[in-house]
Design a binder for this molecule. Structure first.
Ligand code: GCB
Length: 679
């Protein structure tokens, strides 16, 4: 009998070993190895490449050099915000019915004003997920100078789109949070109406950013859709500056402001003269340097400038002093005049701290979405000013821009008001679908193989999309001194050695483009020691960010300290940011109102403002008493629309805001304001 049992056990062990091996090989193991996606110079795919000219990296996206954000330019533009027409297409018939190429009649279409999201919380189509078409007719006058390029520019279309101009398809775009461009020089009609058609789709896929990680899944914020940022045609000379990268080196009472400039010689190559001037915060010119005239040899030509600055006015949260850089590119018959603001400052990590201009800084932060009940993720000057003024009132010095690249206007305003920033790609909870499966207590046969950990994280298309979003975010925003951290993800599968590989690679992608800022990603706290002690990403991050919900989704606030201490023991040399924590509080709800039981929270909570404030106070105290904690960013600035929470006291709202969706401060806002005001 015992022989029989022993043999059975051995056979069962062998069978499960073989089964596990086969599962690993054919199911779990990722299809694309990172070796096929080597980062940096020369890495390419889908009209995308990271290249370099004279040692200066640049990005090709959709085949065009990806431009830096310039705040002022003399490019004539046709502004295409304002009146468009929109049509829902739940059956996705538009393509087969020829909407992009025929003269679309306006009936059946609704007039809308772009920028716009079609599924705002307060609107009639909140839960619409799918295809929506937009079209617009416009006239444009000839740009004048010969040798001009017409560049169609979309600052953001959620989440993927296809574009046609005058019946010709320009391309498909995956990714909603960074700009994209098309060369439409040969397609524009200067004598008649032009017709621009955009098909948008806000559905998540396994490879999108953010990805779908579970059936019927939405990311942790609303999957807004539409042309939600600006659109225009820019007319630029066909030899034009597309990139300017400012870097500062500070030593003692002197600094050096370096400026690397790249020019795209798209047409005939004429001799060029490039003048670069730098103006101080007081408006006085610090210097002008000139290169040329020279006839460029290559399609991309590089220019380097260095401006010594004695007694520089450093950019700090207390004194956000800005320098203005002006670039004049002249050639016979054309002039490009661009300028942008930047700061003299350094951001680094050293001695377990985050160093701003060489000195440790504690990040008194708050996380923030782009979300408004009426405008969705569309930002405008009023919304930005309203939100940033409140965050200033909070005495905060740092904003974690969650969970995707925010609009440039907000970033510039934040810079001008002295907020330090971290900017993140929408690599959100990738590979963690198994957690939802576990929570929903699904049967073993419904195990989310497709979404499981490494299999989703290392999918080739997903990685290509992630790399492009990193590259475009950095190239767009690199001159903004407020940004001190790039974040390459939030709460994704990072477990064990393999889980860390993707993060070593993502960090390399960042470093190929920017070596001047530390890199981080926000790790999920599982509250399961085996998982929490096997974080794979942290090893390759410069700063460890950790999202913790002790006191809300699990455990109690007494667990905060021990969790942080364990993390510190594993990575003693690295600064830690508690990048998320918080509790839901319905505006005006009191402890005495009793317990409320909604989904996602293991046991009843009061959802009171007092409880939320207590949780925030406990985290603040735990963080402040640990010198290795370099900052905190409670979750989140304001309540925001999210289908994850149908049974919350305010249905469909994530209530972890320290202000309500209408931006009325809660008790935790007042408390945090006091705490941040002290030190
Ligand atoms: C998280 C996510 C964030 C969610 C938050 C919550 O960990 O990073 O996007 O909104 O938790 O409230 O559940």
């Amino acid at each position: 009998m015992s022989f029989f049992i022993t043999v059975s056990i051995i056979l069962a062990a062998i069978a499960s070993g073989v089964l596990f091996f086969l599962l690993y090989l054919f199911v779990f193991y990722p299809r694309a190895g990172l070796n096929q996606l080597l980062p940096g110079i020369g890495a390419s795919g889908d009209g995308f490449a990271i290249k370099e000219a004279d040692g200066i990296p640049y990005v090709l996206s959709g085949g065009l050099p990806f431009p830096t954000h310039f705040e002022r330019s003399n490019h004539p533009i046709s502004d295409l915000t304002g009146g468009w027409h929109m049509r829902f297409d739940p059956e996705d018939r538009g393509g087969t019915e020829g909407w992009p190429v025929t003269k679309v009649p306006d009936e059946g279409w609704t007039p809308v004003k772009i920028p716009f999201t079609f599924n705002n919380a307060a609107g009639a189509h909140t839960s619409y997920d799918g295809t929506v078409w937009f079209h617009r007719r416009f006239r444009t006058s000839t740009p004048g100078a010969s040798g001009s390029l017409a560049r169609l520019r979309f600052d953001g279309v959620l989440l993927r789109s296809s574009i046609w101009l005058n019946g010709v398809k320009l391309g498909d775009r995956e990714g909603g949070y960074t700009p994209f461009f098309f060369d439409v020089s040969d397609l524009l009609d200067y004598k008649a109406d032009n017709h621009l058609v955009v098909r948008t789709d806000n559905r998540l896929t396994w490879n999108s950013l953010p990805p779908r990680i579970w059936k019927h899944h939405h990311a942790g914020w609303h999957t807004y859709g539409g042309i939600y940022r600006s659109v225009c045609v820019e007319f630029i000379p066909d030899q034009y500056i597309f990139k300017a990268a400012a870097t500062s080196v500070i030593s003692g009472k002197a600094a050096n402001l370096g400026l690397d400039v790249l020019v795209h010689n798209a047409g005939e190559r004429h001799a060029l003269t490039l003048c670069c001037s730098v103006y101080g915060p007081d408006g006085r010119r610090i210097g002008t340097q000139k290169k040329g005239p020279l006839t460029p040899k290559d399609t991309i030509s590089a220019y380097r400038f260095a401006f010594p600055i004695s007694h520089p006015s450093l950019w700090t949260p207390e004194h956000p002093r800005l320098y203005t850089v002006r670039l004049l590119l002249r050639r016979k018959g054309a002039l490009q005049d661009l300028s942008f603001k930047t700061g003299v400052r350094t951001a680094a990590v050293g001695n377990g701290s985050i160093l701003l201009n060489g000195s440790p800084v504690f990040l008194k932060g708050i996380c923030k979405h782009e979300d408004d009940p009426v405008f969705g993720s569309t930002q405008n000057n009023t919304i930005i000013a309203r939100d940033l003024a409140l965050i200033k009132k909070l005495n905060a010095n740092y904003i974690r821009l969650a969970h995707y690249p925010h609009c440039v206007k907000e970033l510039c305003e934040a810079r001008d008001r002295g907020f330090l920033l971290s900017e993140e790609i929408a690599n959100y909870q990738t590979g963690t679908g198994f957690a939802a499966w576990y929570e929903e207590k699904q049967g073993i046969l419904r195990f989310p193989i497709r979404m499981f950990g490494m299999r989703q994280m290392m999918n080739r298309s997903f990685l290509l999309n992630a790399r492009r979003e990193i590259a475009e975010m950095i190239e767009r925003d690199r001159n903004n001194p407020a940004i001190i951290l790039w974040s390459v993800g939030n709460e994704t599968y990072t477990l064990f050695k393999d889980g860390g590989k993707v993060y070593a690679w993502l960090r390399e992608v960042v470093r190929a483009l920017d070596t001047t800022r530390p890199v981080t990603m926000a790790e999920l706290t599982y509250n399961i020691p085996f998982f929490d002690n096997n974080r794979g990403a942290a090893a390759s991050m410069d700063v460890i960010s950790v999202n913790m919900y002790c006191g809300w989704y699990y455990g109690s606030t007494a667990d905060i300290g021990p969790h942080l201490d364990r993390l510190h023991r594993r990575f003693p040399e690295k600064p830690v940011i508690v990048s998320e924590f918080g509790a839901d509080a319905a505006p005006g709800r009191k402890e005495d109102d009793g317990v409320w039981k909604a989904e996602r929270v293991g046991f009843g909570k009061t959802y009171s403002e007092e409880y939320q404030a207590r949780v925030i106070r406990d985290y603040y105290n735990a963080a402040r008493s640990r010198p290795f904690v370099a900052g905190i960013s409670p979750w989140v600035f304001s309540d925001f629309y999210c289908t994850w929470f149908p049974n919350n006291p305010v249905p469909f709202y994530n209530l972890k805001g320290i202000t309500s969706a209408k931006r009325v401060p809660k008790a935790s806002f007042h408390l945090l304001r006091k705490l941040y005001g002290i030190r």
